[in-house]
Ligand binder design. Structure first.
Ligand SMILES: Nc1nc2c(ncn2[C@@H]2O[C@H](COP(=O)(O)OP(=O)(O)O)[C@@H](O)[C@H]2O)c(=O)[nH]1
Ligand SMILES: [Mg+2]
Length: 245
């Protein structure tokens, strides 16, 4: 930190819960609050104003489902220098394949009509396409805004993957879309809590050691680091002395 953060109010409730070893409450759908952090890297060479928002994730979900970008989001998309896409892989639905719908079921009518949903991969590709269209400054492959993908809740995923290979294994179409449309996308993982917490029961060990002792970042090559600011440092590298938004 290169000074004090402007507004920590969005995080106070969450911090309180974590200090008690409980999961934080869900951020309400309509919330959008910015906290402004003056930050610089360890050498003090790159300093910038990081505008860290807390918002209801449903706002982003509705951009792809309604195919409409609300005017506030349009402005953010246009003004931003890089995009950080947070994805919780474990909660994405995988499409049907030979294991979930074996070949001997092919051609057999299901007993009742099934609802057809857009796959999560397609939904994410759609979202990125909408955002790229809103910010159509150049044809792909896109250099700016750069895209960083941060896979959240890494502790839920099986071992042995790098962030990019984890994405490619669970959402191959999305990984391929990103790789083909950005010149230098960054793939990282994060586990903010390092373990699941319950909203009701306190995790005594978590309290005893303290929330600051938990959490890690997974770098592109799969190495884990306790330094959660690495993800921000990677973003900063692209925009020395600029504003990261
Ligand atoms: N296993 C695990 N769960 C996490 C981690 N970080 C957050 N969660 C859980 O994921 C859920 C949503 O997290 P949160 O960041 O508060 O998202 P919000 O609901 O959109 O405000 C909560 O139940 C958290 O306890 C993590 O690193 N690991
Ligand atoms: Mg939240």
């Amino acid at each position: 930190m290169d000074g004090a953060a402007s507004n920590l109010e969005p995080f106070e409730g969450a911090l309180e819960s974590l200090n008690e070893g409980r999961a934080a409450a869900h951020t309400a759908t309509s919330t959008y609050l910015d906290s402004i952090w003056p930050v610089s890297d360890a050498a003090g060479a790159r300093s910038t104003k990081l505008i860290w928002p807390d918002y209801g994730g449903e706002q982003v979900r509705s951009i792809s489902s309604s195919r409409r970008v609300p005017v506030e989001w349009l402005e953010r998309v246009k003004a931003s220098s890089s995009w950080l896409l947070l994805l919780r892989l474990q909660q994405t639905r995988v499409g049907d394949d030979i294991f979930s719908r074996p070949l001997n079921e092919q051609g057999v009518k299901p007993p009742q009509a099934r609802d057809v949903h857009m796959s999560d991969q397609a939904r994410m590709v759609e979202l990125l396409q909408i955002l790229l269209f809103a910010n159509a400054s150049s044809d792909p492959p896109v250099e700016k805004p750069n895209l960083s993908v941060l896979l959240t809740c890494w502790d839920e995923l099986p071992d042995g993957f790098t962030p990019q290979s984890a994405l490619a294994s669970r959402m191959p179409m999305l990984e391929s879309f990103i790789r083909c449309n950005w010149t230098a996308p960054i793939f990282m993982g994060v586990s903010a809590l390092e373990r699941p917490l319950s909203p009701h029961e306190r995790d005594a060990e978590y309290v005893a050691r303290g929330p600051e002792e938990f959490g890690y970042i997974v770098e592109s090559d799969g190495t884990k680091s306790q330094d959660l600011t690495i993800a921000i440092d990677r973003l900063l590298r692209g925009v020395a002395n600029g504003r990261v938004t």
